[in-house]
Design a protein around this ligand. Structure first.
Ligand SMILES: Cc1cc2nc3c(=O)[nH]c(=O)nc-3n(C[C@H](O)[C@H](O)[C@H](O)COP(=O)(O)OP(=O)(O)OC[C@H]3O[C@@H](n4cnc5c(N)ncnc54)[C@H](O)[C@@H]3O)c2cc1C
Length: 489
């Protein structure tokens, strides 16, 4: 048995993967399923009944289970053991375990700012055990995004999430004060979010799993949900699993890329008419569209770091220059725009390094969800991604010119299920079944589980969750008013 901290162990998977908490097995070793990213220990057997069943041990299911158990205990309205958390593998077996871990508030959809304010409060509540590095977040746009950034900055400040805005020459001097080798061409507007940062995804899973244990959640890992038993009114009476049924009063689903399957089992629509605020209607739109993410890692060569002029860990950096092409080593254009993000990621790379990516690519309404993530041959980053990503780094920083040989050759990426407007749906699909469908950009949204727990224990739906109800599509409240090439800005 190798030591968990030994980076030199032979890797029989040939995937060139190393994770801090365990060596990652092949699909064959894992029975074709993406495994948990932390050791799965002291799990509970599936009980025949429970007041609350939470499905999915990703960021949302675990945050919900932890906050629910804590709220029940503190309010005297129940016990932590009234909460059963089920996952077919264990913590982080979905998108949560492989996310880039960026925690930001860069959204042109204003109501998300309050979701992120509620979320950063949770990240800040225990940064050590959640692996939260509050280094801040710097985003950069061209002049065509200036008005969006002004509105975004105002909305962030109003929602209790302070940020600073810099335009034109001020933007350039802010950037070069932070990173003296930064190349400011076309960087016309800059937003600096102070409460943002990143979290190591394995550490966040570890912390949440410990908190679930601490508050008495019954953690049932290795059990697969196979459907839901509904009564005549459509309420859930039991969750069906491969190890028998568990009767319950309330269900919360945080199933990530598997959400469409659970949604269908619970009777949610697969198509719907989507009405926009300007009166434009898209009839019969797919409820779910899969997208695949393009991400990768770069090792920092000796003598190169990703620190600021003041020797601090850098803020997470996000750059979208919609009118600035990116050229390859042979001078040909790879893409007609810059879209890149990066964060320091030694805990992911295994050595000092950075992790980041670019705009995801739509797949369509159907995708092979198994095996998930890095294990799925069909959804790895495209061949052009490595050159593109490294070229964007070299365009922005002198220190990263010629960095391509240090691109880490290993599997990356993953897929997610996006909603019709690419903005989360947090809503009941049956009167006692609440679905947290974050449209695949919600690792950062750890606070949704807390808001969901508040709703279940105290009765009223928190106002932060209300804009994300399903009925927005029918009532003309569809989101999507974003000036970006990316679906998650
Ligand atoms: C490559 C990549 C990078 C990303 N980077 C970021 C980022 O930097 N910042 C950010 O905010 N977001 C990011 N995201 C998005 C983010 O990771 C997801 O939105 C979020 O983690 C989803 O969490 P979840 O709890 O809904 O689902 P998941 O983490 O997918 O968890 C769902 C769980 O449900 C379980 N499950 C599913 N079906 C069943 C069943 N039938 N029975 C039992 N268990 C079941 C699975 O095993 C899984 O563990 C990224 C996503 C990807 C793929």
């Amino acid at each position: 048995m190798s030591s968990a901290t030994d980076t030199t162990v032979p890797n029989p998977s040939d995937h060139n993967q190393w994770y801090p908490f365990l060596d990652r097995p092949t699909p064959q070793q894992a029975g074709g399923q993406n495994p948990a990213v932390i050791p799965v220990t002291n799990v509970d057997p599936l009980p025949p009944a429970a007041a609350y069943v939470v499905v999915g041990a990703g960021i949302h299911g675990m945050s919900t289970a932890y906050h629910l158990a804590m709220a029940l205990e503190k309010s005297g309205k129940g016990k932590g053991s009234d909460v059963v958390l089920i996952d077919k593998q264990g913590p982080g077996a979905g998108a949560t375990g492989l996310a880039c871990g960026c925690v930001r508030n860069l959204y042109m959809t204003g109501p998300l700012h309050s979701i992120l304010r509620a979320s950063v409060e949770v990240w800040e509540s225990d940064p050590v055990n959640f692996g939260f590095q509050q280094v801040g977040y710097v985003s950069i746009g061209e002049a065509n995004q200036e008005d969006d950034y002004i509105a975004l900055n105002q909305s962030q400040v109003d929602s209790g999430y302070p940020s600073d805005l810099y335009i034109g020459a001020e933007a350039h001097s802010f950037l070069t004060n932070l990173w003296p080798d930064f190349k400011t061409a076309n960087c016309d507007v800059v937003l600096h979010e102070h409460r943002s940062g990143y979290a190591g995804t394995h550490m966040a899973m570890w912390g949440l799993d410990q908190k679930c244990r601490q508050w008495g959640v019954r953690r049932v890992y290795g059990v697969t949900v196979a459907g839901y038993e509904l009564d005549a009114s459509g309420s859930v009476t039991a969750v069906q699993t491969d190890q028998g049924n568990i009767q319950c009063e309330q269900v919360v689903v945080g199933a990530g890329a598997w959400t469409p399957q659970h949604w269908e089992w619970l009777g949610g629509p697969s198509n719907l008419d989507v009405l926009y605020p300007d009166g434009h209607l898209e009839a019969g739109k797919d409820m779910w569209t899969y997208w695949r993410l393009l991400e990768g890692e770069v090792i920092l060569p000796d003598g190169v770091d990703f620190r600021t002029a003041h020797h601090r860990d850098s803020p997470v950096l996000h750059v979208e220059l919609m009118n600035t092409p990116v050229y390859g080593e042979d001078g040909s254009m790879i893409q007609d725009h810059v879209y890149t993000y990066l964060r320091y990621a030694a805990e992911r790379v295994g050595v000092p390094g950075i992790q980041g990516g670019t705009i995801p690519i739509p797949i369509g309404p159907d995708a092979n969800v198994e095996p998930y993530g890095h294990l799925n041959d069909a959804y790895q980053a495209d061949d052009w991604f490595e050159e593109y990503y490294c070229a964007t780094l070299g365009m922005l920083f002198k220190r990263f010119e010629g960095i391509r040989p240090y691109f880490k050759q290993r599997r990356n990426g993953g897929i997610g299920a996006f909603t019709p407007d690419n903005v989360p749906v947090f809503d009941h699909v049956a009167d006692n079944a609440f679905v947290i469908a974050d449209s695949n950009h919600g690792f950062k949204m750890i606070g949704v589980g807390k808001l969901t727990a508040d709703m279940l224990v105290h009765g009223d739906k928190p106002w932060e969750l209300k804009p994300f109800e399903l009925r927005r599509y029918a009532s003309g409240g569809t989101f999507g008013d974003r000036n970006s090439n990316c679906p998650w800005v």
